[in-house]
Design a protein around this ligand. Sequence first.
Ligand code: ACO
Length: 428
Amino acid sequence: MADSSVTITHDGTGKSVQLPTREGTAGTPVIDIGSLNKSFGHFTLDPGFVATASCESKITYLDGSAGLLQYRGYPIEQLAEQCDYLEVCYLLLNGELPNGDQKSEFDHIIRTHTMIHESLRGFFDGFHYDAHPMAMMTGVIGSLSAFYHDSLDINDPGQRMITAQRIIAKLPTIAAAAYKHSVGQPFMYPRNDLSYTGNLLHMMYAVPAADYEVDPIAEKALDVLFTLHADHEQNASTSTVRLAGSSGTNPFGAIAAGTACLWGPAHGGANEAVLRMLDEIGDVSRIDKYIAKAKDKNDSFRLMGFGHRVYKNFDPRARIIKKIAHEVLATYGNDPRMELAMKLEEIALVDEYFVERSLYPNVDFYSGIIYRALGIPLEMLTVMFAIGRSVGWISHWQEMVSGKMRIGRPRQLYTGEVQRDVPAIKKR
Ligand code: ACO
């Protein structure tokens, strides 16, 4: 369909302005309001970006009402079934799936960039023993910029790609180091012969005193979870990476900002919050009480893992994850939280409050149960999310930096005091 325009007219002054509309290749068209202030004397107000596209992007498309998620046009279901996580990383970064040779080369590059500088490893000794791993992740990821000076020129496409590869390759090493620090065990160096997720499991669970064998079921489950978390267009943490990166700051700093954003319970911290909630509910008999709390506007309790800004029908990732949860639990033993989660889902899905507001389980509702079954501690769940999402962050940063970049600078509706004179201190 050809691009067209809309005209808005001010009821009071009768002043009109014509604004161009633009169609993407899929999804809701947009009204380009770039000239609105100049020609009409108004900004738009949209707290939480509920109706505002912040950029143009070719990476990920999702349709919340149809439950669609596609990376570079490929449906998430097919990618989760037919590709491994590193192929998905290649796809997100480069726009196309790798052929056999490209896949081998990319695998090799990632596997051989997994070590971190020894001085950086020493940073972990400075953290308190009970530091949250996400706190360590945020600090250490930002610190990468103090080590890898040779890839900080954001205008050099070659250096940008090296940075992207370093982010993808080194995040599991940083995550495992954070875990080892929190349990007081020695750091395990990465092994280039292992797969991406096999290596992560090795660095987390191997100890120098004993042999460790990677379990292929855990290796595969993590790989699929990372694929499901790899990107989700302009979510809060990705938008944070873009906004931070728009100032021209170094990519490690921008990714550290995204990591900090992800930690919040309304975003990536939800998987940890879901498990804490299931533990608090404790038993199927107490579900009704918690459903009532979630519906009570005077109670701050929310059903964690339920609801999504964009998905108003179902979250396609949640369906895939529920299936993996059953497969993993069949091997690792059942978790009473799974039964509780399924019952909670069943009750909420027919409850008028949740139906009216289109609140469905999101990606985080079942992911925590899988991670816990694999022995990954509660505090590490958001860290797992960060590893998977790192490729999305860096792909969006790449896309922004390689295009026409402009610093992000939102406007505001000022509702504070109007100009007044400073009174003398004894008159205040
Ligand atoms: N439990 C109870 N009520 C809810 C929930 C919930 N989990 N989520 C939304 N609602 C209600 C709101 O109170 C609101 O009700 P109202 O219309 O009567 O005021 C209505 O549903 C709309 O909710 P909003 O907060 O306006 O929706 P928004 O799009 O801003 O928030 C969010 C989406 C943050 C995901 C929200 O649903 C939520 O807090 N969910 C729980 C946390 C969670 O699972 N986060 C993970 C998101 S997925 C991800 O980041 C990977």
